[in-house]
Design a protein around this ligand. Structure first.
Ligand code: NDP
Length: 250
């Protein structure tokens, strides 16, 4: 049994990842920002499947809170598993803000940077000593790092940056046999972006028609990809970007 920390595990992709990772036999620490009740419901679902799970509060956009979060992780590891280390870190929590480049504000830029780039970097840094040698890091990017979605230029640029950082993580952490990879989802029907992919039928259909498989993704599509990447068989994949989009813009 191994232990995965998944940020943003209360809803959407992170929830599906937590459930799928547990179904693959791992235990989970999942984080939430505001929705404690939703996070605890995910914990209960995982516990019903016979695995252990803990929910911890975390604001990924506030790096001053990271030392206290690290201490909470240490405490959870000790209390629940009698361990000092965990195995997998999935930097999933992120937000999108519609901000066309002609109008985007510095405040929007800073908000996006803090949660989508600065947060995952410094969270990884502070948790790194707690990741067991041979562990794995997965950073969640987006198809928008590679193709344009008008209004999402800053978001896409930051997702591109996390992809570059991931390659450097793979290079710099390799001496400890820790791998780092990116999963880049295509459009997925979640609350993300105000739920536009899920709730706006015309937008959903337009995106679906750009995929080879003819539909947008569901959170579970990505949960399975992440759980598979954390399986023993995938240990030789390192520094790579896996796009999970049903084949968009091929
Ligand atoms: P959701 O909006 O459905 O869920 C967001 C999750 O992140 C929630 O668990 C939320 O916690 C948490 N969260 C939000 N802000 C913060 C914060 N400041 N600190 C810590 N946690 C936070 O998003 P998705 O599941 O759709 O997206 C997850 C990831 O996937 C993001 O990185 C996104 O960029 C990426 N992605 C999404 C795509 C999509 O189409 N949905 C496509 C490509 C990439 P709480 O419930 O407490 O608010």
């Amino acid at each position: 049994m191994k232990i995965a920390i998944i940020t943003g595990g209360s809803r959407g992709l992170g929830k599906a990842m937590a459930i799928s990772v547990a179904a693959h036999g791992q235990d989970v620490i999942l984080t939430y920002q505001h929705n404690k009740q939703d996070a605890e419901a995910v914990v209960a679902q995982i516990e019903q499947s016979g695995r252990k799970a803990v929910a911890l509060q975390l604001d990924v956009s506030d790096s001053t809170s990271f030392p206290a979060f690290r201490d909470a992780v240490k405490q959870a590891l000790k209390q629940t598993w009698n361990r000092d280390t965990f195995n997998f870190l999935v930097n999933n929590a992120g937000i999108g803000i519609y901000a066309p480049l002609a109008e985007a504000t510095e405040q929007q830029f800073d908000q996006l940077v803090n949660i989508n780039l600065k947060g995952p970097l410094f969270l990884t840094q502070i948790l790194l000593p707690l990741i067991e040698d041979g562990g794995r890091i997965i950073n969640i990017s987006s198809g928008l790092a590679r193709f344009s979605g008008p209004g999402y230029g800053i978001y896409g640029a930051l997702k591109g940056s996390i992809e570059v950082l991931t390659r450097y993580m793979a290079t710099e952490f390799g001496s400890r046999h820790i791998t780092a990879n990116v999963v880049a989802p295509g459009p997925i029907a979640t609350d993300f972006g105000g739920g536009a992919v899920r709730d706006n039928a015309a937008y959903n259909q337009a995106l679906a028609s750009r995929t080879a498989l003819g539909r947008v993704g569901e959170a579970e599509d990505i949960g399975g990809v992440v759980a598979s990447l954390l399986s023993d068989e995938m240990h030789w994949i390192n520094g790579q970007r896996i796009e999970a989009s049903g084949g968009i813009n091929l």
